[in-house]
Design a protein around this ligand. Structure first.
Ligand SMILES: NC(=O)c1ccc[n+]([C@@H]2O[C@H](COP(=O)([O-])OP(=O)(O)OC[C@H]3O[C@@H](n4cnc5c(N)ncnc54)[C@H](O)[C@@H]3O)[C@@H](O)[C@H]2O)c1
Length: 345
C-alpha cells in the first residue's frame, strides 16, 4: 500500500456507521475512508460530507468504480453474506459487523470464502475492548474476588434502538423482521454482553432460556431470560430487554466471588466497582463508561494493523460464532423448555 494506510469503504451508513467513523477518526489513524455506500442516497451523501469519501448507492457500483483496499460492512443481517462474498470476489479485506450472518450455514460459507480469498477478515465486536470488560478480566485473573460463585448480565436497549427502516416499502425496522435479522434482541445487541461473559468464564456450554415479545411489531424476542453454564463451571444469568418506555439505570454485570463482588453499573455514565474486604462500601475503579465508545477505534485500528502488518486479532472471526451459537441455543431452549447444548466445533 503506497502510503501505508488502508483505504476503506464504509458500507451501510446508518446507526453504527457513525460510531465506526468516530472510531476511525480518533482511534484508527491507519484507515482512510475513500468511499461510502448506502442504498439511501441522502445517507450516503451525508456520510460522504463527513468523511470525504466518494458516495455510492450500491456496493457493486463502489467495487467497480471506487478506490479502496477494504470494506467495513454495516448492513442489515440478511445482506451480510452476499456483501462479504462480493467483497472477497473483488479481493478486498473485510471487517463485518456482528453477527457474521443469521445462520451457521451462512457463516460457514463466509468463512470458506474468507479462507479462499487470503484476505483479512474481522468480525467487529467492540465489547471485547470495553475498558470495564478488560479490567474485570484482569481482576478475575488476579483473584480479586476469590473464586467466582456466579454472575449476572443484564442487557437493556432503549426503545429508540430499533434502527432504521431500511426499505421504504416496509415501515417496520429491518431488525424487527425475522427474515432480515435472523433473531431478536439476544442475537443482536445481546452479543455485546455475551462476549465479555465468554472472556471471563470461557465458552458457553449449555443454556436454558425463555423468551417473549412485548413489542408488537417485533417478530423476534424483545425480552429473554437465560441461564448459561460455562466451560469453567461458572453459571450466569443473562437477561435482555428492549425497553418499551422510560427505564431506570441498569446494572450491566454483577460477578460474585468468595472474597467480594464486581459490579458494572451503566446508569449515570457508568461505573465499575469492586467490593472486597478492604472496601466494603465499594471501590470505584472506573467512574465513566465513556471509553466504551472508543472501543470502535481500538477494533478498527486492530483491523488496519492486521491488513498492513499481518498482526493477529485479539479474537478471530470464528470466535464470534460463540455469541451466535449461544443465541441460537437460547431459541432452541425457549421452544423445547429444556437445557440445550451450545456446540463449539
Ligand atoms: N457493534 C454495535 O454496537 C452495533 C450496534 C448497532 C448495530 N450493529 C450492527 O451493525 C449492522 C448495521 O446495523 P445498524 O443499526 O447500523 O442498522 P441501520 O439500519 O441503522 O443501518 C443500515 C444501513 O444500511 C443501508 N442499507 C440497507 N440495504 C442496503 C444495501 N443493499 N446497500 C447499501 N446500503 C444498504 C440502510 O439504508 C441503512 O442506512 C448490523 O449488523 C448490526 O447488528 C452493531
Amino acid at each position: 500500500m503506497p502510503d501505508e494506510r488502508v483505504r476503506i469503504a464504509l458500507v451501510g451508513c446508518g446507526n453504527i456507521a457513525r460510531a465506526h467513523w468516530r472510531g476511525i477518526r480518533y482511534g484508527a489513524p491507519l484507515l482512510e475512508v475513500t468511499a461510502v455506500v448506502d442504498a439511501d442516497a441522502d445517507r450516503a451523501a451525508a456520510m460522504a460530507a463527513r468523511t470525504g469519501g466518494r458516495a455510492f448507492t450500491s456496493l457493486t457500483e463502489a467495487l467497480a468504480q471506487g478506490d479502496f483496499d477494504a470494506v467495513d460492512l454495516m448492513l442489515p443481517h440478511d445482506l451480510h453474506e452476499a456483501a462479504v462474498l462480493e467483497a472477497f470476489a473483488a479481493h478486498k479485506h473485510v471487517v463485518l459487523e456482528k453477527p457474521m450472518a443469521p445462520t451457521l450455514d451462512a457463516c460457514a460459507r463466509i468463512l470458506a470464502a474468507a479462507e479462499a480469498s487470503g484476505r483479512v477478515f474481522m468480525i467487529a465486536e467492540q465489547s471485547q475492548f470495553w475498558p470495564d470488560a478488560m479490567r474485570i478480566q484482569e481482576l478475575l485473573a488476579a483473584g480479586a474476588i476469590g473464586d467466582v460463585i456466579w454472575a449476572r448480565a443484564f442487557f437493556f436497549d432503549p426503545p429508540e434502538s430499533s434502527g432504521s427502516v431500511g426499505n421504504p416499502a416496509d415501515p417496520i425496522p429491518w431488525r424487527f423482521r425475522l427474515a432480515r435479522s435472523g433473531g431478536g434482541i439476544s442475537m443482536d445487541g445481546g452479543a455485546h454482553w455475551i462476549r465479555p461473559l465468554r472472556m471471563w468464564f470461557g465458552d458457553v456450554e449449555s443454556v436454558m432460556a425463555t423468551t417473549g415479545r412485548h413489542v408488537a411489531e417485533m417478530e423476534g424476542e424483545s425480552r429473554a431470560h437465560a441461564v448459561f453454564r460455562f466451560s469453567s463451571g461458572v453459571t450466569a444469568t443473562f437477561d435482555a430487554l428492549l425497553g418499551a418506555g422510560p427505564g431506570a439505570p441498569t446494572e450491566d454485570f454483577r460477578i460474585t466471588g468468595t472474597a467480594g463482588e464486581i459490579v458494572a453499573e451503566r446508569g449515570n455514565g457508568g461505573r465499575l466497582l469492586l467490593y472486597d474486604a478492604a472496601h466494603p462500601q465499594g471501590e470505584v475503579l472506573l467512574d465513566s463508561f465513556a471509553g466504551r465508545s472508543d472501543a470502535f477505534g481500538v477494533e478498527l485500528n486492530e483491523f488496519s494493523r492486521a491488513v498492513l502488518h499481518g498482526e493477529p486479532f485479539t479474537a478471530g472471526p470464528e470466535h464470534s460464532l460463540g455469541e451466535l451459537r449461544t443465541a441460537l441455543a437460547m431459541y432452541r431452549s425457549a421452544k423445547s423448555g429444556r437445557w440445550e447444548q451450545v456446540a463449539h466445533d
